[in-house]
Design a protein around this ligand. Structure first.
Ligand code: PGA
Length: 260
């Protein structure tokens, strides 16, 4: 794991955007794995700025979102499709037919999940997967005790996750119980994982993810087994890491060719 600690969320988001932009520059048909929630908003703002002001071109790229709620009406403002349209897809030039979000409106969830996996494989696999982390350590909507080998499937949200997302629905009781999410096995096949976490609420899940044992109780801890996982934090989220000074020293000492 590469742990990168930045002073605040803005610096961290800009750094993550540079990593994504570098990958698209190297590989214009790159496949992006995208996340929703509060955490990636700064990253998406910066990608939009790079597109508008510096010519970052998504014309040949494609994307796959991690997850979607089951059963929301089409266009529901809290759906992740609506979130992505609002914050990214409508503001960059990614072709709409290549910006994928699982469909939570399908009659046949297992077939939708299977087809989603096949589409990712047909696109050549995910080059850069953006991840947030839940307060209990979930990635995507893979809640604690999710199989570390899981694939895209239906999951039931914990009460904690429904509370965390209550603001988007105007009350926890309105948050759906079920979601479709890429599995942990799916996420682990991405060539690069960028996990972003900001603020005090993420201190414990980040400490357990980076310095604790690998366990299905903290699904993000599986990233210790990923060959290219970058954990991009602000100072607040990094506060519980015992080797914080070492991670900073490593980052400061990166040679020019490794800079982002
Ligand atoms: P957040 O959610 O970015 O809104 O904190 C993260 C997550 O649940 O993965």
């Amino acid at each position: 794991m590469e742990v990168i600690i930045q002073p605040g969320p803005d610096d961290a988001s800009a750094l993550a955007a540079r990593i994504v932009a570098q990958r698209i520059a190297q590989k214009p048909h790159a496949v992006l794995g995208l996340a929703t929630g509060r955490t990636p908003l700064g990253l998406y703002e910066e990608l939009v700025r790079l597109h508008r002001e510096e010519g970052l071109d998504f014309d040949r790229a494609s994307s796959f979102n991690l997850d979607e709620y089951v059963g929301l009406a089409p266009g529901h403002p809290a759906s992740y499709r609506a979130f992505m349209e609002e914050h990214l897809f409508s503001k960059i030039n990614i072709p709409p037919e290549r910006a994928h979000v699982p469909s939570g409106r399908t009659e046949d969830i297992p077939s939708e999940c299977d087809a989603y996996e096949k589409k990712i494989a047909a696109a050549g696999g995910i080059d850069v997967q953006v991840l947030g982390i839940g307060v209990e350590g979930h990635i995507g909507f893979n809640e604690p005790t999710s199989s570390l080998a899981s694939r895209t499937r239906i999951k039931t949200l914990t009460d904690e996750t429904r509370q965390e997302n209550a603001a988007f629905f105007g009350g926890a009781e309105k948050v759906p119980h079920h979601v479709i999410t890429m599995g942990i096995g799916t996420i682990m096949e991405s060539r690069t994982c960028l996990l972003l976490a900001f603020g005090k609420k993420k201190v414990e899940p980040i400490a357990r993810t980076v310095e604790g044992p690998i366990t299905a109780m903290v699904p993000a801890s599986i990233l210790q087994m990923h060959p290219d996982a970058k954990i991009i934090l602000d100072e607040e989220a990094a506060a519980g890491l015992s080797r914080r000074d070492y991670y900073k020293m490593v980052y400061r000492g990166k040679p020019d060719w490794q800079q982002y």
